[in-house]
Ligand binder design. Sequence first.
Ligand code: GLU
Length: 468
Amino acid sequence: MSSSAFDKVRTRIAPSPTGFLHLGTARTALYSWAYARHYGGEFVLRVEDTDVARSTQDSVEQIIAAMNWLGLSYDEGPIYQMQRLDRYQTVVEQLIAEGKAYRCYATPEELDAMREAQRARGEKTLYDRRWRPEPGKTLPAPPQGVKPVIRFANPVEGNVTWNDLVKGQITINNREIDDLIIARTDGVPTYNFAVVVDDWDMRISHVFRGDEHVNNTPWQINIFNALGAPLPSFGHLPIILGDDGLKLSKRRGAVSVMDYAANGYLPEAMLNYLARLGWSHGDDELFSAAQMVSWFDGSHLSKSPAQWDPAKLDWVNGHYVKHIDEARLAKLVVAHLAGRGIAVHVDQVQPKVGLFKDRCATTAALADWVSMYFAPVTPSADELAAHVTDAVRPALVALAERLSTLGQWNKSVIQQALKETLAAYSLKMPQLAVPVRVLVCGRTQTPSLDAVLEHFTQKKVVERLQAG
Ligand code: GLU
């Protein structure tokens, strides 16, 4: 049966809660979400927590926090697989009763020996169906004290074919795949089985996931068929490579969505950037979530691996930093500053963000700029030696003096004081402006100096100049 067996589009994201939401899963979640939203369908969050030893509630919470941050709202869930064990058990029993699954008592040692012999014969290592009931075959008596696993009786002939939404038609011969374990000795289902029962019960019409699952799909399709369940459509998204061309991984840089949040990336930028990692809409590079939803109809999904490009992400993020509401920008900067032990109020920050935002890729970079107003600056010894020279020191002293006597404090009076000092000492603007920047701002380059100084108190500027 095709996806037309479904009355509406329902997609899901099915993370295993063994860590944070990583970028690959976030992209899968985004595509699944956008697809459901595009077709007016529903998006489900399912927690695949059958790996009990590695699954944690903390990880579930982190994953949910990251999805909320990205704005990927789900209509159902979180649904936990470990709360559905009875249901899997029921389906296992049903398959056994129908002769579509069976108990296998082979011990790990026996299976090792079997594989060893297959390797010695130069064969592919596949389970030899020794416990599969077959016409004319006498099975041994179940050994005492060995708990069986349950295996799915995979069809032995024919092909499994599906039209992958990303990769196109894929065909696998059933001879290539063996009788998969669907329940372990403790009764806990394996991934390939639980995922099918869940996708069936949750009426999932379209499955997007990473292409590491392509090889699992033939088994899953056979199980769907054995259950008489309608087959969803599958779309396997190509892997994301790091900028070094290797698979993106924790070992080489941040792969957690929330690390990006902490490092000053905006959710709309992240969403925009992730959207383009494997999908395109003409030449559009900058678009909103709403635009993506209106365009994301399942076409233009890329077959080739995507490459993580930090410079492009910075460009996208910089665009949003420039364009979002300054009150929101100020709040984010306040949070970064708080993280650095600098306690300030949004009202103190907001007037300053407009000065610097155009040159910042992230809100963390913006906080670097804004921090000069609230924390001491520490110009390097080299910068001091290069710019705050004996030749310019008298002019700096005079400028400090002139600024300290101003009755008002704004850009134009500051500009006037700078000009008068230049004239008195026969200097050109950079000869004075650079040392002023080093002393007051802790850096050699800033936006227009009068505008930058205006946002300090008169007292602070004078103090920093005098300290030089
Ligand atoms: N828990 C699986 C994973 O995180 C889900 C795969 C699927 O979507 O079927 O890779």
